[in-house]
Every structure is written in structure tokens, then in C-alpha cells.
Design a protein around this ligand. Sequence first.
Ligand SMILES: [Cu+2]
Length: 207
Amino acid sequence: MIRNRGIRSLVWGAVIALMAAFFVATGASAANAHAEVVSTSPVDNTQVTTPAVISVTFTQEIVLEFSYISLFDEAGTPVPQEPATLDASSRVMSSAISQSLAPGMYRVVWHNLGVDGHEVDGEFFFEVTATPGEDPATPAEPSTQPSEELPVDPDAEALIAVTRAGDGPSDAGLTTVQIVGWSALGAGVLAGIAAIVVVFVRRRRVG
Ligand SMILES: [Cu+2]
């Protein structure tokens, strides 16, 4: 009987701990399940020739009416673009760029409303290099400017780093914690249930 009591308090301690862990994990999961970035086009911080389209792929379906994707040149001037569209999966937001972009740095700012009701903001950068059709022999404004503007690149990277430090890694950390938490939780719940059943059966036998 005394042994049984010892086992019982152990079991109840485990059950309470598991329930606490469950609520913490559930809360963390609800706060973290936004429409985060899977990939962008152009790829963040890369050099490309003038893109026909800019797009962002998200982890979750989004609501187009409350989302946007905007392109700016290095002076911060909005670049003319087609209205944003969503693909069939509702996870890829795109906007066609019909004009040819001059060489230079570009910034894409986006915002989404996920189907879970949470909103997420982000941005990415790319550099347009001279298009193959252009004559690189004439060192006019465009070809001198990118090299002069190269110091902009670290700024852009710093911005990206700041953005990522703010959003990305913390979310990624939470996700890892959650995965570990959920695995432990699953194993713990099974063990707890097994222990309760064992105690119950023993008690019935004793009684
Ligand atoms: Cu969310």
C-alpha cells in the first residue's frame, strides 16, 4: 500500500507536469503557426537579370485581399508592377514586372494575412545586373553606379540580418523546441497512461 502511494504520487506528479508541458507547447504552437517564407523569387540577396515576376512562397495559405508584394528601386521609388496574384495552392503570391529593370539594387516588401488570421511582414533584396542584350562596352551611368553602390550591399545584408534576427531564428528556435517538446510529450503521455493503468489494475487486485 505504501509502495502504491509512492507510485501514485509519482504518477500524478508526472501527469501534472505533462499537462503543464501540453499547455505551454500548445500556446507556443498557436503563436508560431503563421504564413512564414519558404522561398522568394528572385532568391534573397542574389544577382539576377531583369526578372519577369517577383514572388514569395509561404508555409501557409494566405488571403490575397489583405496581402501585398511591392517592388522598390534603390532610391526607394515604387516600380510599376502588375496586381498581385495567388496561385492555386494559395501559398504563392506573385506580381509580374512588365518593364525591364535598370541595373541596381531592388527591394521587395511584402505583407500577408494567413488563413490562421495572423499577419506577417517581410522583405528581400536582389541586384539586377546588366541584361545580356545590353552593351557592356559603354561605361555609362548604369555600369559605374552598381560598383559605387556596392557599399549598399552590406547595408542590405545588415537589414536582412536585423529582420531575420527579429523574426526568423526565434521562430525556428521555437519550432525546434516544439518538435522536441511534442516528441517528449507524446512519449510522456503514453508512459503516464501506462503507469495509471498499472496502478489502477494493481489497486483493483489489492482491493
Ligand atoms: Cu499564425
